[in-house]
Design a protein around this ligand. Structure first.
Ligand code: DGP
Length: 113
């Protein structure tokens, strides 16, 4: 996707603070962190949201969850962490490239919506 922000980050055309990369997955720090640790985990292949990714490639969707757990561990989030994926306008998804937020590093609020 030529004009997708996260595709540009994956290609290195826009700088980011990379946390993890492999053949299928890229992870980087959120530009506007909502917690002491705030990492975005994205598939390298462009899917607009988790609904599209899970329908087209459920193995990749599962792999992303596995990588989220591994990254949370490597970030030292031993006391717990939260995964969020905003899917569509009612969830205020602002970047239409599937991504999972990893939030942690402090006691998070119990309010999620
Ligand atoms: P969402 O609202 O779920 O679509 O989250 C999109 C996130 O992307 C938001 O938390 C801010 C982050 N973000 C937007 N632009 C950039 C950028 O250029 N670099 C980085 N690292 N993060 C960005």
């Amino acid at each position: 996707m030529d004009n997708c922000l996260f595709c540009k980050i994956i290609r290195g055309e826009i700088p980011s603070t990379k946390v993890y990369e492999d053949e299928n997955v890229f992870a980087f720090r959120d530009i506007n962190p909502q917690a002491p640790v705030h990492v975005l985990v994205v598939p390298k292949k462009h899917y607009k949201n988790v609904s599209e990714c899970a329908a087209a490639d459920p193995a990749l969707a599962g792999e992303i969850l596995k990588k989220c757990a591994q990254i949370a561990q490597s970030e030292g989030l031993l006391g717990g962490f939260r995964l969020i994926t905003n899917n569509g306008p009612d969830a205020c998804q602002s970047v239409e490239h599937m991504h999972v937020h990893i939030l942690g590093g402090a006691k998070l609020t119990d309010k999620m919506g």
